[in-house]
Design a protein around this ligand. Structure first.
Ligand code: MTE
Ligand code: HPA
Ligand code: MOS
Length: 779
């Protein structure tokens, strides 16, 4: 591998903690990276298309598919009656998500039938010829509609409570009750969902799936086909982005392709086009946060009582853990002496919402930062001062207990904020902005510094396990496989670094191989930012076993003590000899040493009692902070990102270049969520923002004009994670909250900072303009 473009330390220091390039970077940019649609198709491959409901909530009265069947190129039309096993692809075991609707339609765009044809074009044209009669039922698409209609919950709500919130909330001199609306978000991965099924003998099927969770796809395909899990092998080499959108949502495409492949004994590919993907797969949950906060004249929080209502869509999917994680982050970095938080996972007649980077955490945290703003405007302080006053304290301060009764023991937020405040010259710039705003009638500026504290671990304890399979071949080359999936985040590179480091060999000796359920079973989704923590450790465990056998062999053969065997770069020192790695491995093979091992890891320390709302759900926290400066045009509501400075904690980085890339990407994605990305459903419950023409993700030109990203170089994980690193995938997403708050400050200037602008998300130019008008009316 050519690493000349990155500052790379020689292998002598081990390949961990160095900026190796992403193993596929050159292939991503030259088009050589193979995605599922690039795999050569076997002769006779068929293509799937879908018949989607055009009602939000209706009884299906009749379905006439004659014209579909007669259309050119069509080989088979599949309805729910053709499913050999269960008509169910829900990930929760609730049976609330049919693969194909039977008599009831629950959202606009729900699949009713599938068409398999010689080409994708044939399949899609044919699907439009169906005649379906519906009897409409009352529907609602959003949180307000759900509340008005007394909508049920899709899953059990959660409550967190500590102290005496009911008694204490009336005591302090100051109190604010208000609410915040927070929009959802489309994942907009560049590669849409896709599945490619190749039938085998007996019950066997191989499914290539663009999924973050090959094991779940395997189990779901088996469930739909009515065969044991062992018949199904799911493979994933890479995704062109997942962002949470491929944690559960790939199940349906894989199941449809597999059913048709078995029925027709032909390879079948299912790839929805962008509009279909956007209409029929789940998104980030919209939230409405209703808060009641009590605080003193200094701005110190005394009690918080808040409700987190979420638009979940028609089924549970991951809405339970998503709304739970919103509550787990409703404290952001702040200590709440008395607190009561509840979730409301509301059913709506929209596509079932799902995981998206941060997994409810961003919505919870955004609510907390809004509460800080409220307090700051009420007491007339810079929100940063109010933040500092309310940060979790040091151990022993009596200010370390979270609303879920876990102690925050590793809190570095005060140091991070302090360092960033200095390095970004926050105070002087804020002063300059206040002065600028005084004399600038139209353009106004804002600046905000916001913290991030994100809990690392799946909150479902069982998911915090991983496996890996490492083979050392007798030529000294190494085959690496593990349960994690690659979606662009660099996980494969990081785990390969762990393996290369363990054997002290060059990274190009390690062959990175596609994730497959046939090599490592019962894996968890690559999610919750835990990919490198879990799979890195599992791979390390496999290497450890092989190394132990190798050391044993060296001691026997060379008649030396263990202490005299040392893995040096590409060599082994055994007593006075040094032997090249490949020569040594070959000798071990001839001595019949087992050169393959399965590794395993489970996260220690964590436990969670959901009913009691108490436990230790997170192994540790990742921290970061961000200062953003923006300019707004008070006549149009348009804005510009002038500058962003970030200081982020990834522990001892496994790969600084990749981590900085994750931070930059996460920040920009978060900025899109809070500014331009707006999902909009019409009165019929149709998603009208289902293409890039109407759904606006950030462009390269939207990035802050000055963009400084630093890692907290001094940080090491206090827990013994792989290389003392910390998870990086999701936490930096929430750094973008500083953008919304900076816009909010610019808006507040219109009323001389006397009132909290209560700017909802996304702060589209339209919304900014309306907030400016509200402020003008006050001023
Ligand atoms: N980075 C890229 N390039 N593409 C992605 O799809 N997904 C994010 C994050 N970073 C994503 C990404 C999400 S939602 C998660 S949970 C983590 O990566 C998952 O990978 P990890 O656990 O290996 O960090
Ligand atoms: N994070 C991300 N994905 C998940 C989680 C979580 O906590 N739980 C289940 N899937
Ligand atoms: Mo990430 S939302 O946990 O896939």
């Amino acid at each position: 591998m050519d690493n000349t473009s990155f500052p790379m330390k020689p292998v002598i220091d081990g390949p961990m903690h160095v900026s190796l390039k992403h193993d596929s970077a050159h292939k991503h940019v030259t088009g050589q990276a193979e995605y599922i649609d690039d795999i050569p198709e076997p002769a006779g491959t068929l293509h799937g298309g879908l018949g989607l409901a055009d009602r939000a909530h209706a009884q299906i009265v009749s379905i006439d598919l004659d014209a579909v069947k007669a259309a050119p190129g069509v080989v088979w039309v599949m309805t729910a009656d053709d499913i050999p096993g269960a008509n169910d692809v829900g990930s929760t075991g609730r049976h609330d998500e049919p693969l194909l609707a039977t008599d009831l339609v629950q959202f606009h765009g729900q699949p009713i039938f599938a068409v398999f044809a010689e080409t994708r074009d044939h399949a899609r044209r044919a699907a439009l010829l169906a005649k379906i009669e519906y009897r409409d039922l009352p529907h609602w698409s959003d949180i307000a509609g759900a509340r008005d209609n007394g909508a049920p919950f899709v899953t059990e709500p959660m409550t967190l409570k500590r102290g005496e919130p009911e008694a204490e909330i009336g005591k302090p001199p100051l109190r604010v009750q208000a609410s915040m609306e927070i929009g959802g978000q489309e994942h907009f991965y560049l590669e849409s969902h896709i599945a490619f099924a190749i039938p085998g003998e007996d019950d066997d099927v191989i499914v290539w799936s663009s999924t973050q969770h090959p094991s779940e796809v395997q189990h779901m395909v088996a469930h739909v086909l009515g065969v044991p899990n062992h018949a199904i092998e799911v493979r994933t080499r890479r995704m062109g982005g997942g962002f949470g959108g491929k944690e559960t949502q790939g199940n349906q495409f894989a199941a449809l392709a597999a059913v048709a492949a078995k029925k027709l004994n032909r390879a079948v590919k299912f790839r929805p086009d962008r509009d279909e993907d956007m209409s029929m797969t789940g998104k980030r949950h919209d939230f409405r946060v209703d808060y009641d906060i009590a605080f003193d004249e200094d701005g110190r929080i005394h009690a918080v009582d808040a409700t987190y209502a979420a638009r979940c869509g028609f089924s549970a999917d991951l809405s339970g853990p998503v709304t739970d994680r919103a509550l787990f982050h409703a404290d952001s970095s702040y200590f709440y002496p008395h607190v009561h938080l509840t979730s409301q996972p509301l059913k709506t007649h929209t596509v079932s919402n799902t995981a998206f980077r941060g997994f409810g955490g961003p919505q919870g945290m955004l609510g907390a930062e809004r509460m800080i703003e409220e307090i700051a405007y009420a007491v007339g302080k810079d929100p940063l001062e109010v933040r500092k006053l309310n940060f979790y304290g040091k151990p022993g301060s009596g200010r370390t207990t979270t609303p879920y009764h876990q102690e925050v023991e590793d809190c570095v937020i005060a140091r991070i904020v302090e360092e960033l405040e200095q390095s970004s010259d926050y105070q002087a710039r804020r002063q300059a902005i206040l002065e600028f705003n005084e004399q600038s009638p139209v353009i106004r500026k804002g600046i905000a510094l916001t913290p991030v504290k994100f809990g690392i671990s799946f909150t479902l304890t069982a998911y915090n396990q991983a496996g890996a399979l490492v083979h050392v071949y007798n030529d000294g080359s190494i085959h690496l496989n593990h349960g994690g999936t690659e979606m662009g985040q660099g996980l494969y590179t990081k785990v390969a670094q762990v393996v290369a480091d363990a054997f002290q060999v060059d990274i190009d000796r390690v062959k990175i191989t596609a994730t497959t359920t046939g090599k490592v079973p019962n894996t968890s989704a690559t999610a919750a930012s835990s990919g490198s923590d879990l799979n890195g450790m599992a791979a390390y465990d496999a290497c450890r076993q092989i190394k132990e056998r190798l050391v044993d062999f060296a001691c026997r053969q060379w008649k030396v003590d263990q202490s005299e065997v040392e893995f040096l770069p590409n060599r082994i020192r055994i007593g006075g000899d040094t032997v090249p790695f490949d020569t040594f491995v070959k000798a071990a093979y001839y001595d019949r040493v087992q050169l393959s091992a399965a590794g395993f890891y489970k996260t220690p320390k964590i436990h969670w009692d959901r009913a009691a709302g108490k436990g230790h759900p997170f192994y540790y926290f990742a921290y970061g902070a961000c200062v953003s400066e923006v300019s707004i045009d008070t006549l149009t509501g348009e804005y510009m990102m002038d500058r962003t400075d970030i200081l982020h904690d990834v522990g001892k980085s496994l790969n600084p270049a990749i981590d900085i890339g994750q931070i930059e990407g996460a920040f920009v994605q978060g900025m899109g969520w809070l500014t331009t990305e707006e999902l909009w459903w019409d009165a019929k419950g149709r998603l009208r923002t289902h293409a890039p023409s109407t759904y606006k993700i950030p462009l390269a030109s939207d990035r802050p004009k000055i963009f400084n990203v630093q890692l907290a170089e001094w940080s090491e994980n206090a827990e013994p994670t792989i290389g003392r690193s910390k998870a990086v995938g999701e936490p930096p997403f929430m750094l973008a909250i500083s953008v919304l708050e900076a816009i909010s400050m610019a808006v507040a200037s219109v009323a001389d900072y006397t009132a909290c602008p209560r700017l909802d998300a996304p702060a589209t130019p339209e919304r900014v303009l309306m907030a400016v008008e509200r402020m003008k009316a006050l001023g």
